[in-house]
Design a protein around this ligand. Structure first.
Ligand code: PFF
Length: 428
């Protein structure tokens, strides 16, 4: 299994197609996009490389990698924080996966077929405000995730996703073309790519950093665990750049579909977590073979969500296995049942859902990322880090830049954004 494909399976998911557009919409459009690109290039890619390097160096998942490099210290808590973050994310992530699954069933059955624009909005509101249906579909997705993890067949599903994800990509490309041709579509594109700096707020910066971490699955050790599977011959820096580029492209294209539609159909870009679901059915209704496109799109998105959800549950299961000395199956059952409990809380309350979503991406992941880079520069010798990044046998020409970013830029930028963001958040 290619390292890039495996890590991209975790990175590309609902974060790209569901979360990215709704946060862009809430945070003023293109300014957010600009910050997102800058943070991904200068902050997130170096963090991903660091996580890969720590994982490969130790050959261990996040739950034990840090304590191996610093025995007897408290650094092992990075693993605990990562586990807690994964736990909270799964709890609400599977609700959105459940909505996606419901939309695939609705597409196949033709329920979405001839809905007018207000009916599309009502369709989503009636689903999201009905805890019973949300719970049923969430349980189906959580169970699917648990079955994959319990059987230890994540590699198998990633193999399928290697074929299916390019298909999703092609479908999104077709949708981009259709969306641009809608009347008013180009205004939507302008909102997405032409920055209006008057919309720049502390909140925009805070959210852009959080979204970049969330989308790339960094700051909680998932990528450390993937790093432990990387072969010696693999080039860590180019793997990280590839994964980040694929991830960015999917998010960017999703935005290039959503915003033209948002403007063409008079939807509020700041609609929130329902944005994708109240927007996309409208465009499928205007496409030839819309029902087939819609069914394929939502089904492929379910697969993308599943590979990400599996990588999240793996973090929790690895922790339970190690800490409570239990087998994979029992650990999976225990982890999933606990996630189910928190998932129920998110289904019953929109406020809890929003808090989990914000706290994990904007607070827990940046703290995790900060700890990981501080660990890397204080506990691993510079030359050892260089050796790990050059293990595949070729010099890493940008090593000095990488080290400068990780040592100074990443911690300072995360620190400043984080403190300002928390103050702004609390005073909202
Ligand atoms: N990156 C995933 C997405 O964009 O949907 C979400 C995610 C998966 C976050 C795994 C964190 C993680 F460890």
């Amino acid at each position: 299994m290619g390292a890039v494909a495996a890590a991209a399976g975790s990175a590309v998911g609902l974060g790209n197609v569901w979360r990215f557009p709704y946060v862009v919409g809430e945070d003023g459009g293109a300014v957010f996009l600009l910050l997102y690109v800058i943070f991904t290039a200068l902050i997130s890619i170096p963090i991903m490389m660091t996580e890969f390097a720590i994982g490969r160096k130790t050959g261990l998942p996040v739950t034990s990698a840090f304590s191996k490099l610093a025995p007897g210290s408290k650094w092992g808590l990075i693993g605990v924080l990562g586990m807690l973050t994964a736990f909270l994310i799964i709890s609400y992530y599977n609700i959105v996966s459940g909505w996606t699954l419901y939309y695939s069933v609705a597409s196949v059955s033709g329920w979405l077929d001839s809905l007018s624009e207000p009916e599309v909005t009502d369709f989503f509101s009636s689903l999201s405000s009905d805890p019973f249906r949300c719970i049923i579909w969430m349980v189906i997705m959580l169970t699917a995730t648990a079955v994959v993890v319990a059987q230890g067949v994540s590699g198998g599903i990633e193999k399928y996703s290697k074929i299916l994800m390019p298909l999703l990509f092609i479908l999104i490309l077709v949708m981009v073309v259709r969306a641009m041709l809608l009347p008013g579509g180009l205004d939507g594109l302008a909102f997405f790519v032409k920055p209006d700096f008057s919309k720049l707020t502390t909140r925009t910066v805070f959210d852009a950093l959080g979204q970049s971490f969330f989308s790339l699955s960094i700051g909680m050790g998932t990528m450390t665990t993937y790093g432990s599977y990387l072969r010696k011959t693999e080039n860590i820096s180019s793997t990280a750049i590839h994964v980040a580029s694929i991830d960015f492209l999917v998010a960017f294209l999703s935005g290039a579909v959503i915003f033209p539609c948002v403007f063409a159909f008079g939807i509020n870009p700041g609609e929130g977590p329902g944005l994708v679901f109240v927007t996309l059915p409208n465009i499928f209704n205007q496409m030839p073979f819309g029902r087939i496109f819609s069914s394929c799109f939502f089904l492929l998105l379910v697969v993308a969500a599943l590979t990400s959800s599996v990588s999240l549950l793996e973090v929790v299961v690895a922790y339970f296995k190690q800490s409570f000395k239990m087998g994979r199956r029992r650990a999976t059952i225990l982890a999933s049942v606990s996630c189910l409990f928190f998932g129920l809380c998110c289904s019953l309350s929109q406020a809890v859902f929003n808090i989990f979503d914000n706290v994990t991406a904007n607070i827990m992941m940046p703290i995790g990322a900060l700890l990981i880079v501080i660990f890397a520069v204080t506990r691993i010798k510079r030359e050892d880090m260089r050796a790990e990044l050059e293990k595949h046998g070729k010099p890493f020409r940008l090593f000095n830049l990488y080290y400068f970013l990780v040592r100074y830029v990443v911690p300072v930028v995360i620190g400043i954004i984080f403190i300002n963001g928390i103050v702004a958040w609390l005073s909202k």
